[in-house]
Design a protein around this ligand. Structure first.
Ligand code: ASP
Length: 349
């Protein structure tokens, strides 16, 4: 039997494997064999690499919750047979996928590293090769027989981030992702340096918990100065909506108009879970710090603390998918399931 670490790679699409359509000049997803053929270094890595290609391979703008469950199912089914997992997908929705996977598969003892690239792997200045090779190395890396990074992460441009803390912030430069509210889990230089204290502990379970039902009956309300009552009403009264992500200002602040507080209260009273996250990329919601957010507490709106928008949306899908009662949902939003919230913020709430 091979002693090499076994890595399962899921290729879902994205720029990393794209080629130019000669007719239109646009980039389109292409097959894994083509991509792997561009990286002969894969044979020198000392890992037993197996690959599964999604059907169809997609531009990640077409990502859907069903695909997240499908990815998680593949990882779950192959969990015992591999030491780590690498998911290749487009960068556009990678932060959503990473967040979703961190809620679908909880209690990991093995790494799930997501990566992609800004330039296709077949192009001369591609960032894809380094991203791919380092991701495989991180997924395979162990210390004292235990995986170095047993969580869902995103590797990009020499840095490894906690997946549910990432956001795509740059559509131009190789440095495409940020994690403003949580430090990098690892940095790749000549060696890979792990920030051990920041990494989730290895779970003792042989298999992770697999939470398969996601419900996307949610909406998002992003405030802006001058937002009209009728728009707020229409969003909050959307038929079939069960969860609402409120994107507020700064530390969770909203306008003090009575009509707004009334609509929020009425929304909560209709059984909708309303979660307050900030429009800021760094820092988080501290409801009650300013007068302008006190009304939300009374209305029954919950704090999203320092969760990213991507984490808030996918956590809401997770909670709704479980059909949680209000009290249970509140408990779930007031704890960190997979490192998506700074627990000090919850404690000081
Ligand atoms: N549109 C591409 C995608 O997300 C962009 C990328 O891969 O970076 O699939």
């Amino acid at each position: 039997m091979s002693k090499q670490p076994r890595i399962l790679l899921l290729y879902t699409g994205g720029t990393i494997g794209m080629v130019t359509n000669p007719k239109t000049g646009s980039l389109i997803p292409f097959n894994f064999e083509h991509m792997a053929g561009q990286v002969p270094e894969l044979n020198k890595l000392g890992v037993d690499l197996q690959a599964i290609t999604f059907d169809p391979i997609i531009d990640s703008s077409d990502m859907r919750p069903e695909y997240w469950i499908e990815m998680a199912q593949i990882i779950y089914d192959n969990y015992e047979d591999f030491d780590g997992f690498v998911v290749l997908q487009g960068t556009d929705t990678m932060a959503y996928t990473a967040s979703a996977l961190s809620f679908i598969l909880q209690g990991l003892s093995k790494p799930i590293v997501l990566t992609g690239s800004q330039l296709p792997i077949g192009t001369i200045r591609t960032d894809g090769k380094e991203n791919l090779i380092s991701s495989i190395q991180i997924a395979a890396d162990k210390k004292n027989g235990k995986s170095r990074v047993p969580e869902v992460s995103v590797y990009f441009e020499n840095q490894l981030f906690r997946g549910n803390r990432t956001t795509k912030h740059n559509a131009e430069y190789f440095y495409a992702f940020r994690s403003d509210n949580y430090p990098a889990l690892a940095e790749a230089g000549i060696d890979i340096h792990y920030n051990t204290n920041a990494i989730l502990p290895v779970s003792n379970n042989t298999k992770p918990e697999f939470h398969k039902s996601f419900d996307q009956s949610l909406a998002m309300l992003r405030l802006f100065p001058g937002i009209q009552k009728k728009l707020v009403e229409q969003i909050c009264r959307l038929e079939g909506m069960k969860g609402l992500i409120l994107q507020s200002y700064g530390a969770g602040n909203v306008m003090t108009d009575q009509w707004f507080t009334d609509i929020m209260r009425e929304t909560v009273d209709r059984g909708i879970y309303v979660l307050n996250v900030t429009q800021c990329r760094a820092g988080g919601v501290k409801m009650g710090k300013y007068e302008s957010s006190k009304g939300l507490i009374d209305a029954g709106v919950w704090s999203g603390y320092d969760m990213s928008l991507e984490a808030a949306i996918t956590k809401m899908m997770y909670v709704l998918g479980k059909n949680m009662k209000r009290q249970e949902a509140e408990v779930c939003f007031k704890k960190s399931l997979s490192g998506e919230i700074n627990e000090d913020l919850i404690a000081s709430d």
